[in-house]
Design a protein around this ligand. Structure first.
Ligand code: COA
Length: 389
């Protein structure tokens, strides 16, 4: 029997059902981590507008803010960075796990496997007091970029480049992927993308990691589950699809026509639309600005010209606006990353939001267990096979 089976005797009474398909509009808990306000088109992390954080902080400061609730002072930042940098090491077994994965394995599957392995290596996996949970969150923050970079190099047939502790998280990631640190403007654009991707309230992957946490499972399992949810093209996977789409279009002069065709065929265009924002994603103007910087620095205006044509046509025809994945996709491409590494980079950022929510969920937990409206076969009697009689 498949899921589309509907009881022939069943008469739908929608007004009695109260089904919230896709949990649209359902408020399922309180949170002090972040707030998305579609009316004012704003997003705050722990009270701070994300645009201000992006312009004035480094990703590490925002990670600390999400975990601890306050921005760090100089001393706290130094200690936090020391902790993060000291975790910049992968065991040989962990590296081997990444190396032995099939070449065809998508990098999101590599990082999902890598995080799972990290959990296996942590003898404190069941220790869940606040200090240990924070320590594990920093362990994930430090080691996820190492695994993504290792996978990036192995997939190109290159050797693993050991991490450097004298660099910021973003600089070290460039070093480990490319063997060099690019222009400061490129590093800043990347760091901004991590800040913008870090947290977004009860999105699908964060909610998933909270559901896992609500069973009193561990932070690694919750993070693995979050990665699984993020991978889908309706969520984090969209940033990769955006770039595939732009490459398919390739010529800015054909972009409007491409969009009109897509809309005529009622296609979902990746990088547009949002469940919560209906008049634009608060993070887009900042990321678009830095994508433009990337186009200027790398002299690749073509992608921003395609961007403009697609955006204008979509807004004109459907009043549907770009989400963060739309500028992030071409920005990462212009930085030199392979397309299938865009969503793993999103994981490097979102691990901070997931961990903040995992810690929050654990601090006032109640198992998450919703209901469904049954529309299957009515109760009936089992008739045993003749051979059982
Ligand atoms: N392209 C074309 N039409 C879109 C669209 C898109 N990207 N996003 C929404 N729409 C249209 C739908 O077709 C629907 O139109 P209809 O009422 O005529 O059927 C309407 O807008 C509402 O869309 P719906 O899919 O019900 O919204 P949702 O809240 O369930 O889904 C998303 C939100 C984000 C999943 C959806 O906009 C989407 O699939 N976007 C593309 C993937 C993406 O960029 N994801 C990253 C999100 S940050």
């Amino acid at each position: 029997m498949n899921q589309t089976y509907i009881n022939p005797d069943y008469v739908p009474e929608p007004e009695k059902m109260n089904v919230k398909k896709g949990l649209e509009g359902a408020v399922i808990d309180t949170s002090s981590v972040s707030k998305v306000n579609p009316d004012t088109n704003s997003l705050i992390y722990r009270g701070y507008p994300v645009q201000e954080l992006a312009e004035n902080c480094r990703f590490e400061e925002v990670a600390y803010l999400l975990y601890k609730g306050e921005l760090p002072n100089e001393q706290q930042l130094k200690e936090f960075e020391t902790l993060e940098r000291n975790y910049r090491v992968l065991s040989n077994n962990n590296l081997q796990v990444i190396r032995l994965l099939p070449q065809t394995c998508h990098p999101m599957d590599s990082i999902r496997t890598g995080v799972s392995f990290l959990g296996c290596e942590d003898e404190r996996i069941w220790v869940q007091d606040d200090a240990t949970q924070f320590d594990k969150a920093v362990r994930l923050l430090a080691k996820i970029p190492l695994m993504v970079a290792a996978d990036f190099r192995f997939k190109k047939g290159l050797d693993y480049l050991p991490p450097r502790k004298d660099l910021s998280l973003s600089e070290n990631f460039f070093h480990m992927c490319f063997g060099k640190i690019p222009d400061a403007q490129i590093v800043k654009a990347f760091d901004v993308s991590l800040i913008l991707y870090a947290e977004h309230s009860f999105n699908a992957s964060t909610f998933t990691s909270r559901v896992v946490t609500s069973t009193e499972s561990d932070i690694y399992s919750a993070t693995v589950a979050g990665i699984g949810a993020l991978k889908g093209p309706l969520h984090g996977g969209a940033n990769e699809q955006v770039m595939h789409m732009m490459k398919e279009i390739d010529d800015p002069s054909t972009a409007r026509e491409w969009m009109l065709n897509a809309l005529a065929q009622k296609k979902k265009v990746m990088g547009f639309g949002h469940r919560v924002y209906k008049s634009g994603d608060s993070r887009v103007p900042t990321m678009k600005k830095y994508a433009q910087v990337m186009a200027d620095v790398t002299e690749q205006q073509k992608w921003m010209q395609i961007y403009e044509a697609l955006e204008q046509t979509m807004v004109e025809k459907k009043k549907i606006y770009p989400n963060l994945d739309f500028p992030a996709g071409p920005a990462y491409y212009m930085m030199g990353f392979e397309i299938d590494f865009f969503t793993p980079i999103f994981v490097m950022a979102r691990t901070t939001g997931w961990s903040a929510h995992i810690m929050e969920q654990a601090s006032h937990n109640r198992i998450i267990r919703p209901l469904s409206e049954y529309i299957g076969a009515p109760q009936r009697t089992v008739v045993p096979l003749p051979s059982r009689k």
